[in-house]
Design a protein around this ligand. Structure first.
Ligand code: C2E
Ligand code: MG
Ligand code: MG
Ligand code: MG
Length: 277
């Protein structure tokens, strides 16, 4: 009936308002959290086929005084809907660059959001953060998601290339989780591909996953792209991902994300040279 329809609309509007209220609440709290220094970067190792650490991925955490540790999926998407992502992104960039400059070797991977790549000022910001922290661009890799790759405008592609021209690497994250096809891949200025953990974790049970991962690894070898296997949790994942031709590995098998002080072993100088070679 008309009445019930209106009831539904009201319930829907109610849910929308709650959602908006929640969003505004997170925005306000997050802004304060950045200023009060309640954000942290945790680092997870990336290793070679022998298990030696090549670098780390920086993963942001929010240590809320009342709610405890809040994972990035609970606040990064909300930040992305406002200019807060610029503040968050710059905080992450600066902290990661400072940490990278303090580590003797290894590459620090940083996740960068599509919203950041849409800003004209991004490359200038990155350049000044490197200068300010003394972090060489070569110690940095930017991870972009498939969604960003798919929606990349010429300006975004240009910025990615500009980051590479500085000396940093660009990696395509979570490859296979979305709709990134070969046409997109071909036009992307990237140095490597991180294969989504759903493929790696299916290697044991699904022969097609093995065929796909092997094919991506073959493309990587041909096109000189670093192929990273994400989500290595077990010895079997590691063995199968290696057999499929992946070059770099990341997952709980080698270490969970942790604060730097208790964090992953710092890679040796010679390992870094090998990665760069
Ligand atoms: P991501 O970049 O794909 O990061 C990998 C995620 O997988 C991390 O979750 C990590 O803790 C988790 N992971 C690592 N190894 C394993 C494993 O063996 N098994 C399983 N099940 N999971 C594993 P986390 O830290 O919750 O981050 C989630 C996502 O949030 C990230 O996915 C990234 O897209 C985003 N994110 C994190 N930090 C930042 C940041 O500083 N800026 C932006 N824009 N996004 C970020
Ligand atoms: Mg990532
Ligand atoms: Mg990933
Ligand atoms: Mg992911």
């Amino acid at each position: 009936s008309k009445r019930r329809g209106r009831g539904c609309a009201t319930a829907f509007e109610g849910a929308m308002m709650r959602e908006q209220r929640h969003q505004r609440f997170i925005e306000r709290e997050l802004r304060a959290a950045i200023l009060l220094d309640e954000l942290e970067l945790h680092y997870q190792p990336l290793v070679d086929g022998a298990g030696r650490t090549l670098g780390v991925e920086a993963l942001v955490r929010w240590r809320h005084p009342l709610r405890g540790m809040i994972p990035p999926n609970d606040f990064v998407p909300i930040a992305e809907q406002s200019t807060l992502i610029d503040m968050l992104g710059e905080w992450v960039l600066r902290r990661a660059a400072r940490d990278a400059a303090a580590l003797p070797a290894g590459i620090v991977n940083v996740n960068i959001s599509g919203a950041q790549l849409r800003r004209d000022a991004l490359v200038a910001t990155v350049t000044s953060v490197f200068a300010e922290t003394g972090c060489p661009a070569e110690r940095f890799a930017f991870e972009i998601t498939e969604g960003v790759a798919l929606a990349a405008t010429p300006a975004v592609l240009q910025r990615l290339q500009a980051l590479r021209d500085l000396g940093a690497r660009v990696m395509l994250d979570d490859f296979g989780s979305g709709n990134c096809g070969f046409a997109t891949l071909r036009s992307l200025p990237v140095d490597g591909i991180k294969i989504d953990r759903s493929y790696i974790q299916a290697l044991e049970s699904d022969p097609v996953a093995g065929i796909i991962v092997s094919a991506v690894a073959a493309i990587g070898r041909e096109c000189d792209l670093e192929i990273v296997a994400e989500g290595i949790e077990t010895e079997a994942h590691f063995t199968l991902a290696k057999a499929a031709g992946c070059m770099t590995f990341q997952g709980y098998r080698f270490g969970r994300p942790a604060p730097l002080r208790e964090g992953p072993a710092v890679p040796a100088q010679e390992t870094r040279a090998r990665l760069r070679a």
